[in-house]
Design a binder for this molecule. Structure first.
Ligand code: C2G
Length: 144
C-alpha cells in the first residue's frame, strides 16, 4: 500500500496480472519500445525473444544482432520484468502456461494468428507503430 486511504499504486494493482509477448526485436527501434510499454501497462511483462534460428525460419535471414545481445537489450528496459529465449512458434502454448500468463500481447501484424490461445489467456493485438521496421532500417543503412 502506498497511501493511507488504502489506494494501491499502479504497480501494486497490476502486480498480479502477468503479460507475455514475443518477438525478434532486432535492431531495436521505437516501434518495439511502444509495444513493450503498452504491454507493460497491462501488468508484469515477460518477453520471449526469438532465437537466431527461429528468426531465420520466420524471416529467411539471420538477425543483425545475435540472440544474446537482443535478449540483453530487451531485458535492460525498465518496462520489462524478464526475458527468455523463444525457440519455436509451436512452443508458444507451453511458454504461456509455464509463465501462467493472463494476457498474450502481439502486434496486429499477427492478428488472428494466436486466437487459439484464447482458452488459455486473453489475447490482445495492438496496432503496430506506423512507418518503422527493422527491414526498412536495414534498407536505409544499406543505401547510405
Ligand atoms: N512492432 C510494432 N510496430 C512496428 C514494428 C514491430 O508494434 N513498427 C511489434 C510487432 O508487431 C511485434 C513486436 O513489435 O509484436 C516485435 O516485432 P518483431 O521483432 O518483428 O517480431 P516478430 O519477428 O514478428 O516475432 O512468436 C511471434 C514472433 O516471435 C513475433
Amino acid at each position: 500500500m502506498d497511501s493511507i486511504n488504502g489506494l494501491l499504486g499502479k504497480s501494486e494493482q497490476l502486480s498480479f496480472i502477468k503479460v507475455i509477448t514475443f518477438g525478434t526485436f532486432d535492431v531495436f527501434h521505437v516501434g518495439h519500445l511502444n509495444i513493450l510499454e503498452r504491454a507493460a501497462a497491462m501488468g508484469n511483462l515477460i518477453v520471449g525473444v526469438s532465437s537466431d534460428d527461429l528468426s531465420f525460419q520466420k524471416k529467411g535471414r539471420y538477425p543483425v544482432y545475435n540472440q544474446n545481445d537482443r535478449m540483453r537489450i530487451v531485458a535492460a528496459l525498465s518496462c520489462v520484468e524478464g526475458v527468455f529465449l523463444e525457440q519455436s512458434l509451436e512452443l508458444k502454448g507451453d511458454y504461456i502456461r509455464n509463465y501462467a500468463a493472463d494476457i498474450l500481447v502481439m502486434g496486429d501484424d499477427w492478428k488472428g494468428k494466436f486466437d487459439n490461445f484464447s482458452n488459455t489467456c486473453k489475447v490482445v493485438y495492438l496496432p503496430r507503430t506506423p512507418s518503422i521496421s527493422t527491414t526498412k532500417i536495414i534498407e536505409i543503412v544499406k543505401s547510405i
